[in-house]
Design a binder for this molecule. Sequence first.
Ligand SMILES: [Zn+2]
Length: 285
Amino acid sequence: MPELPEVENIKIGLKPNVINKKILNVTYSNIISESHKNGKLALVKDELSYFSDNVIGKEILDLERRGKYVYFTLNEGYLVTHFGMTGAYFVVNDEREITNKNYYKHRHIIFELSTGEKLVFSDIRRFGELRYLDNISNFKPFKNLAPEPFENNSLDYFLAKLEEKKYKLQKIKALLLEGNVFCGCGNIYACEVLYREKINPERTADSLTLEEKKRIFETLVEILKFSITQGGSTISDYVHSDGGEGNMQNYLKIYGKKECPLGHETENIIIKTRSTYFCPVCQKN
Ligand SMILES: [Zn+2]
């Protein structure tokens, strides 16, 4: 699943290719049209006619990221996208330029742009979400989301959240994945930061010292920043808008590993339904 660094890279790659272009038309794959006819809102979370009516004729003024969402600011309203497990955008002159066979096969939403190019949303597993919104500030997933990790107030916010009754007895590994506590961490990065800080993933928030909490936060921000410079991680299906792949997987120390960098055998446990890699020796405490 694309996490914050991957989504940031999607945004960086896509933005110069869409800005100041107008959406002239939208077409949908048969799978999407059929699913909507059957009352299932696959990919597009609006009625297709509503979505089309609201994006056709609009100009793309900006592209921004919030958490794992990107949103196009149109000259009126917003086109909000979540990539789910395997969503991806491509800007091409000809759809055959999508060289990844799976993405070519699963291209579902095609925006025709005023330059003659196409903005294609492909999604193999179809857990992605696109919607048109008049007003972004009313969008529920943004309302309780922690501040962006690179914003000034985000550390104080994080520390305060870990003290809240609702959270303080929960495991730190689970809390890092809680968007209300930390914005845009994701499972891989949660495992990595706890390994680097030698903290056992099953520790509860209230068992951590202030110093440990700060170190977790600061190291996590560093990992995310570094991952952005590496183009994110390519673990399975994620590709950039230009079809390129990220390098962050080459720098992972614990996620998906049989041994930690010191040669100890890792363990893989489930915490709140998510697979959690850790080293029982390095992360004893
Ligand atoms: Zn170890």
